[in-house]
Each structure stands twice: as C-alpha cells, then as structure tokens.
Design a protein around this ligand. Structure first.
Ligand code: GLU
Length: 424
C-alpha cells in the first residue's frame, strides 16, 4: 500500500489503516485494490469566519471527508469538538463505510466536523458557525451526493440550521439533505434514541447468546451523552440491569450496589454535566473501566481500550458504542481473551444511528413517514441480521467478531468496486 497522504496524520487514522491492513491480509485482497478501498475519495477543508459576540472575528476550521462513492451517496455525522482534525475525520469516514456496508445500507461513509468546543460559544455564535459550515459545503453535498447527520457535539437544532441554510440556497425545503432533524421538520421518529437503543438491543442479544439473564447483570458505561445515556437507561429501566459505573468527560462514578438513574436524570435536568453529581462515589475514570462487571460500554471517544488496560478488563461483554474505542494493540489481547470477553465491534454495535438516519432519508425522499414502532421494528431487524451474520462468520472461520464484521463489510465494498470497474 502507498503511504497515506500527510494530511491524514493522526493516531485514529493510523488505527483505521492498521485495521484495514489486517483485514486485507486476512481476505487476501489484491494489492492493486487496497489503496482504492482505503484512501478517501474526497477530503475538504473550509475556513469558517464568524463574528463573535465581543465584536472580534474568529476563523474556525471545518472538514468533510467522503470515503467512497461506489454504492450510493456518502453518509455520516458532523462532529463539533476541540480534537477534530482531518486525520480523525478521515478515520471516522472509513469506519462509516464499513458500518454502512455491514448493515446493508446503500451508502459510502463520510464524516465532517469543526474544530471547536461548543460549550465555549454562545447560541448565536454556534448558529453562525453551523450555517457557515453548511454554506461552504454546498458545492460538495446533496441528497444524492453526501448526506450529513449528527455526531459528538451536534444536535437536532444544528441539523435544523444545516437544513435551513441548504434549503434557503436552493429556494425550497430540502429535508433530505440532513438527518437527525427535529421530528416536526422531517426528522424520523426514534432517531435521537436510535444509536443507544441499538446498543442496548445488541447487548441483550449477546446476553441471550451467552444464556445470561439481563436482570441483575451489572454494567459500566463510559460517556453519558446521547448514546451512553439512552443505552444505560434502556438496560436499566427495561431490562433490570444494574449500572455500577458511569462517567462523562468531567467525572466518573462507581457503586457496586448500583447507581440510581432517576437521580442522575434529576441532576442532569439542572446541570450541564456530571461534575457535581453526589449520588455515587467518585472513581478514577481509568480505574472505572477495569472494575468487574458483566457489560462494559465505552460510549465516548476513540482509543480508550488500549494495550495497557485490555489485559485488565473484567467484563463478559464489551459493547463498543463509541467509534474506534479499541486500539489494534488491545485487539491482539482481546483476541486471546476471545472465550472470556464477547466483543460487539463498533461498526455493528453503534450502527443503530445511521440505520435510522437511512430511514429518515428514505422517509424524506418519499414524504411518507413511519411511526416509532415501525422504526424500532425495522431497526432491530437489520441489527439482528447483522449480528447473526457476524456470529456465523466468526464461528465458521474461527475468527474474532471484529474480524468477522470487517470481513463482511470490506468484501461488500470490494465486490461493488470490482463489479462497477475502474473508469476509464
Ligand atoms: N454519527 C453517527 C455514527 O457515527 C451517525 C451518523 C449519521 O446518522 O449519519 O454512526
């Protein structure tokens, strides 16, 4: 393979490359096909000048990477975070491709973002930078080219500003340009909850597979944003799982007797984060990950399960709700612990979000909407099919679940590329 362009230099990108190299070797993919499969098709950087409330001007940097255009438009979220750079966004776009392919969605992967901390901007400034971002992206996106969605640091309001900016430019409402919008603006029922719900569904599926009853099981959830909170609440309220560890970017808590999620909800109604939560004892966030539990759910950022803690994990199921939470070094260790820890790999575990985004896009295109039960049924059917396919492949070829998931996904994209051919 070629050395990837220097613009992608970032540990998350190195990780996506290493994962791909391993799977390409496993599948014996011809060297002539490897760069074509791996390297993003388009990578866009934009400068976003914004008037600040104090009268000054700040130029933020925005990115969008469209990984491959072989199976339909590209699809993926938009991340607002201080860590955002071209390499991280490119890695996330590659993972989106494998995720969409595994779920059988007619998309290539994409991802975008702006390097900023949303908590440091006023609502007016956030609106200005969001609109400017979509404005600058208009030449490169479209309902049949690239469809944005939410990710870390973005929400329904930001998706509504994106949709409005694009629509004003076109002269009519184009709901299908963005997913994750409010339901009354063409959003889908259940989109906000879909990633977390999908995670909880697969955790239950895995428990069932291991013949363990969910009632009384213990879970540790890292990250209490849109994904972690919905997954934790579904497991806690619907399945009777005890949440013994919980954290966000500001604090981590641990109580082997279980944390009361009612109390957490009350706290978050009045506070922006868990920093001053008093309902459980504090724990070092790193230590939280290695406490004994049935279910460990990393639902925050990438590379948190690494060479130094993978050997110390004490969970039965590792459900990767975040994108890229486990490094290749950790994978080597987890592969050896195959019989101890059932891994639900990220491209499967957190696919619920983009699956319901796909439903939102389809509903917008046909202006015909489904109710929440129909959405949940269709979501679980796809996730169940993908889980079953991964388990089957892993069993037949005696390989770990991540390798099985990536093998199915990468093979599908490869087949599409080979069948379409190379032009000219
Ligand atoms: N950000 C989500 C993900 O990482 C979903 C993106 C979308 O809905 O387009 O899968």
């Amino acid at each position: 393979m070629l050395t990837p362009p220097a613009i992608y230099a970032d540990p998350a990108f190195d990780m996506a490359v290493e994962q791909f190299r391993l799977i390409a070797d496993y599948l014996n993919i011809d060297h002539n096909d490897r760069d074509r499969l791996l390297l993003p098709k388009r990578a866009i950087t934009v400068a976003l000048p914004v008037h600040r409330d104090d009268g000054s001007t700040t130029v933020f940097t925005g990115y969008r990477v469209q990984h491959h255009l072989t199976m339909g438009p590209t699809k993926g979220g938009t991340r607002f975070a201080p860590s955002v750079n071209m390499g991280e966004i490119a890695a996330l776009s590659i993972w989106m491709s494998w995720k969409c392919a595994l779920a059988g969605l007619p998309y290539g992967g994409a991802k975008g973002g702006i390097t900023l901390n949303p908590r440091e901007l006023s609502i007016r400034e956030l609106e200005a930078v969001s609109r400017r971002y979509m404005q600058e992206m208009i030449p490169f996106v479209g309902p049949h080219t690239d469809i944005m969605g939410p990710d870390m640091g973005t929400n329904e309001q930001i998706m509504a500003w994106f949709m409005d900016t694009y629509s004003v430019h076109m002269g009519h409402t184009v709901s299908e340009i963005v997913t994750g919008k409010p339901v009354f603006l063409g959003g889908s029922a259940g989109r906000r909850e879909s990633t977390g719900r999908g995670v909880a569904f697969l955790v239950e599926r895995a428990l069932d597979f291991l013949k363990i009853k969910p009632e009384g099981c213990t879970a540790i959830v890292q990250g209490f944003g849109n994904v972690g909170s919905v997954a934790a609440e579904a497991l806690y309220y619907k399945s009777g799982v005890k949440i013994i560890g919980l954290s966000d970017a500001y604090a981590a808590f641990y109580d082997p007797k279980g944390i009361d999620l009612d109390q957490v909800q009350v706290h978050l109604r009045n506070h922006p984060d868990l920093a001053n939560f008093t309902g459980a004892s504090r724990i070092d966030p790193e230590e939280m990950l290695v406490q004994p539990c049935d279910i460990l759910i990393p639902a925050a950022v990438d590379r948190v399960i690494n060479g130094s803690n993978a050997g110390r994990l004490q969970c039965r199921i590792l459900a990767e709700a975040a994108n890229g939470p486990t490094t290749p070094e950790a994978d080597v260790i987890l592969d050896q612990r195959y019989n101890e820890i059932l891994l639900i790999p990220d491209i499967l575990c957190n696919a619920g979000g983009v699956i319901v985004s796909y439903f939102e896009w389809v509903q917008d295109l046909q202006n015909f909407f489904w109710n929440e039960t129909e959405i949940a049924d269709r979501l679980f059917r796809i996730m169940d099919g993908a889980f079953t396919a991964v388990v089957k492949r892993a069993k037949t070829e005696k390989i770990p679940y991540r390798r099985a998931a990536l093998a199915i996904a990468v093979e599908r994209v490869l087949k599409a590329k080979q069948t379409r051919g190379l032009f000219p």
